[in-house]
Write a protein that binds this ligand. Structure first.
Ligand SMILES: [Zn+2]
Length: 183
């Protein structure tokens, strides 16, 4: 039985050339290969662009990286090494997140993260003054006076709670049937 490829009109001679992926259904092997290659190229190119922008960013006198002494490590001057360490950028919503905001672009300090994850990470490194003491959010959650974990802590910070309330107010135990996070 022979059928026609819905894209190029070419003949699909063998049944096995049909893909089980709905997107590729009715395509000939050649068109499927082309689709896969194009998709890979797209992903690859956003990772490459991200890498190139990172290199440019740290050398830009209008950005704070130069003055803070933040650089891209020797190893990551080569795109192949960067790709090997970080993998492809998972999506356009992801960007390079430095765990330590004052640290360099290097394997130990970087990961792909969404804006939301990054905001949370930034909050963790933000200083909070309470009881006359200055500590980062991470440090506060390890303080004996602190009643909540880092997730609740950073959420409260972002919601504008007073420092003492963030630290000392116990986390509400959620009722079984509660559907909204009213905390
Ligand atoms: Zn085709």
């Amino acid at each position: 039985m022979s059928m026609q490829c819905r894209k190029c009109g070419g003949e699909i001679l063998k049944r096995k050339y049909f893909s089980r992926t709905p997107k590729n259904e009715g395509l000939c092997r050649k068109c499927i290969n082309h689709a896969i290659a194009t998709k890979h190229e797209q992903i690859h190119s956003i990772t490459y662009t991200t890498w190139a922008c990172m290199l440019k960013r740290v050398k830009d006198p209008n950005k704070p990286y130069l003055s803070k002494g933040i650089t891209v490590c020797e190893r990551w001057q080569d795109f192949r090494n960067f790709l090997q360490d970080m993998g492809e950028r998972p999506s356009r919503l992801h960007s390079i997140d430095r765990k330590d905001n004052n640290g360099n672009y290097e394997p130990m300090n970087c990961r792909w993260a969404t804006k939301q994850q990054q905001a949370s990470n930034t909050s963790r490194n933000v200083f909070l003054i309470a009881f006359g003491e200055t500590k980062t959010a991470s440090e506060w959650t390890r303080d004996a006076r602190c009643r909540v974990g880092i997730t609740t802590f950073t959420r409260r910070m972002q919601s504008g709670w007073t420092p003492e309330a963030i630290i000392t107010k116990p986390s509400r135990i959620r009722a079984k049937c509660e559907t909204t996070d009213a905390e």
